[in-house]
Design a protein around this ligand. Structure first.
Ligand SMILES: Nc1nc2c(ncn2[C@@H]2O[C@H](COP(=O)(O)OP(=O)(O)OP(=O)(O)O)[C@@H](O)[C@H]2O)c(=O)[nH]1
Ligand SMILES: [Mg+2]
Ligand SMILES: [Zn+2]
Length: 387
């Protein structure tokens, strides 16, 4: 991502201002260093509502009764610091161990010296299993208004996959919009949209040619001032193409997101919020693309709500909807009111999320027993030294 792509008209009169608190000593290097904070003055500063501020956060601000705080939104997650948007322009906050875990999209309050005061309660959150042996969840993105589930109108279209994405998005408490790309290459769009309508007659569906500006206008109403949008979808469906068209410039590689490292100073993990010409904010993070179903039973149940309400009418509370007598789900399948595919997909996704969730729990348990073991070894070596 080049400089001009991020908050297009940033005037690069950069100055380094006050030093934030020293970072906690690192065990190996033991170097305690101060962290410079950059303030980039912008010629077109954004107001809070342009940044996506809304009543949900305003209420919290009123309850907290902060006097002199300054509200900021995380726009990027670099290796050692968060990029922040404020009404005064862009700034950054060093990531230190005393900060709560935060992610792009989060709203926070800074004090007069721009030190962290408070993280606002999110109204939506995407997270995933942390990589490696870390047992906690890794936060991916928060406070979104819409997620575009991108799928192409060709043989890649897969209704089961779309259901999986719907479960993820519903679980994060964000409204999904299914965006079908490559309409220019498709002769029978309704064959696809009918399958989607069968999932949920209220599902928001848009079809576009991602390469064409005019066609992408269909998405404009979701991308208006202050709305935050993210995209998910499998490889090759046209996400990067859509991002380019939505941002109004073809600066993003269509084979992946380029790191925003225009200053050559920070290594970024590539997460960032981009201002669209339509006034909305596009949250584009690699993490969104690698989301897995884990611990999201609620999202799966929301996505299959008609099946959940049928199941409430089964004779047995623990009905598996196989061959049990009085099974309302099987009755609906027999009468043609429910497709068998839907039941199979529901049960598969429930299993999948439970399995992925269980491995997190297992890791946690492993982590706990390992640290107990280390503690015992330490204790015994200490007592040996003493003795
Ligand atoms: N004809 C046509 N081609 C499209 C459309 N959208 C995307 N493409 C093409 O499809 C190919 C894949 O598009 P990308 O935008 O790179 O796909 P992606 O979803 O970002 O893929 P990954 O980065 O691998 O996840 C490119 O060659 C695009 O030019 C469309 O609406 N119509
Ligand atoms: Mg891409
Ligand atoms: Zn049943």
């Amino acid at each position: 991502m080049t400089k001009s792509n991020r908050f297009a008209s940033i005037r690069s009169t950069k100055k380094t201002v006050t030093t934030l608190q020293a970072e906690p000593a690192k065990p190996e290097s033991a170097v305690v260093h101060s962290v410079d904070r950059e303030v980039v003055e912008r010629s077109d500063k954004l107001s809070l509502s342009q940044m996506g501020w809304r009543a949900h956060f305003q209420r919290q601000l009123a309850e907290q009764e902060f006097q002199d705080g300054r509200v900021a939104r995380i726009s990027a997650h670099h290796r050692g610091q968060y990029g922040l948007l404020t009404e005064l322009g862009e700034t950054s906050l060093a990531i230190k161990s005393d900060l709560p875990p935060m992610t792009v999209g989060d709203w926070l309050l800074l004090d007069e010296q721009d030190r962290f005061l408070h993280l606002f309660e999110r109204d939506s959150l995407f997270s995933r299993k942390a990589a490696g042996c870390r047992s906690e969840r890794q936060l991916i993105a928060s406070n979104l208004d819409w997620v575009f589930i991108v799928s192409s109108l060709n043989h890649d279209f897969n209704i089961n996959r779309i259901e999986r994405y719907l479960a993820l998005v519903n679980d994060a408490k964000v409204t999904p919009v299914v965006v079908l790309t490559k309409q220019d290459l498709c002769d029978d769009i309704s064959a696809y949209t009918e399958q989607l309508r069968a999932l949920d007659s209220n599902l928001l569906i848009e079809t576009v040619n991602g390469l064409e500006n005019d066609s992408v206008q269909a998405l404009e109403s979701y991308c208006c001032m202050g709305k935050t949008v993210a995209l998910i979808g499998s490889s090759g469906v046209g996400k990067s193409t859509l991002v380019n068209t939505l941002l109004g410039q073809a600066e993003q590689s269509t084979s992946g997101v380029r790191a925003d490292d225009s200053k050559g100073r920070h290594t970024t993990t590539g997460r960032s919020l981009h201002l669209m010409p339509s006034g909305g904010l596009l949250l584009d993070t690699p993490g969104m693309r690698e989301l897995q179903l884990a611990d999201c039973e609620d999202g799966v149940n929301d996505t299959f709500s008609e099946l959940v309400s049928l199941a409430e009418r089964c004779r047995f509370g623990d009905c598996q909807h196989q061959e049990e007598p009085g099974c309302a789900v099987q009755a609906a399948i027999s009468s043609g009111n429910l497709s068998e595919r839907r039941l199979i997909s529901y049960q598969k996704l429930l299993r999948e999320q439970a399995l992925n969730g269980a491995s997190i729990a297992e890791k946690r348990a492993q982590g706990r027993s390992q640290s107990k073991l280390y503690k015992r070894i330490q204790d015994s070596s200490r007592s040996n030294k003493r003795g």
